[in-house]
Design a protein around this ligand. Sequence first.
Ligand code: PA5
Length: 455
Amino acid sequence: MININFSGLMQDSIGKNGLTMNDFNSIDIKKINESLMSRKYPELEFLDLHKADTSQIKELGKYAGGFENFILLGIGGSALGPRSILEALSPFHNLVIPPHPPFLKGGVGGLKPRVFIYDNVDPVTLKNILGIADLKNTVINVITKSGSTAETIASFMIIWQKLKEQSLKAEGHLIVTTDPEKGNLRKIVNDYGLRSLPVPQGVGGRYSVLSSVGLLLAEAIGIDSDEMLKGAKDIHDRCMNQDLRQNPAYMFASGLYLTQQLKNRNITVIMPYADRLKSFSEWFCQLWAESLGKEGRGFTPYPSVGTTDQHSQLQLWMEGPEDKVVVFLSVEDYGADLEIPAVFQDMEGLSYLSGHTLGELIKIEQEASEIALTKNGRPGITIKIPKIDAYHLGQLFHFFEISTAVTGLLYGINPFNQPGVEEGKNLTYGMMGKKGYEDRKKEFESYRQRNPLSL
Ligand code: PA5
């Protein structure tokens, strides 16, 4: 089970920048409990994903796992979750030639399918993917809950046409993950008899990793999705405890909320000490930014990775502006290790490392950074992860989703919408000629004609 240590937020550890237990008395936890229990927002349905029936996902995962290549088209919440599963649980996935080392997961027939996640509209990336992945041997998972996201729809249309040009049957190669009833993609699924999976209506994009959005890819590459859901279930029970002091998600949310309100800490640095959790940090950053950044509220999330960024950013965390909380993710068992050999024994500057292991070094460095930060009076939280596996990754996803929703409830904002991104989308629709957005086109053009200061 993951374990969250909040000592680094407290006055006892860091002095005047820290909180006291009395500070937590200002949190109206009864209200939070009620909001969660009564499902104040329909999008709180993500809380139930660990109980969902996944048989359809598994069946399609097996089908997708039989292909050479798996291309995922999606963006934001429809891509960051799957990417973090892939990179945490099957690192170097596309580079490994079977037979692969035992700590890497293999899909049906080794590391097949190779996975390409296209979550942008950079033309070169898609051209390169299509240059590598022969569509004849490729399954394409189009993920868009709304069925109307321009980026995903555009790449879907390109691939649809390419399949047609190669006389390949769309129904054999496409799996569409979208709203169960509504939207353009659902209509196409029905009209053309495509394979599909529903994204539960009450589950928002960035809270959907433990639904068909993340689990199809997991199953296709041989990751046990039941383990992820079991992890989520086990942390769920702890995060539903109505006593703030016994509930890690309530403590995380209110700890960060209070350090912002009382100590002006507006930046949340997430710093896993594991390369495999780099994409997880990006997933967290989206969740934290898009859910909470509204009505003048929110935190700026910042992804970092230890030990690498100790040599680029840590100086700022230690002595820069007093505006950050560092969330360390520390791994107890890396699952593999390397001993540093007894070479260059006559050189003191090197020989002290001999006999230790890389696993030992990375763990010592994490603790050293944590201690140095604390000594400097800078707040931090440490999350200890026993192992990076499906079970604990499921816990991390669910823990951060609940913590984010609770932080939104503390702010009194809706943590599930994203009104701020609509305007940019509408202007794009206008310029790309979508019906009903003609006035946005005019606005766009008049903006272009103005002469902003440009050197
Ligand atoms: O969290 C969200 O709701 C967004 O980031 C969406 O996931 C993103 O905009 C993609 O939306 P869709 O799945 O509808 O294409």
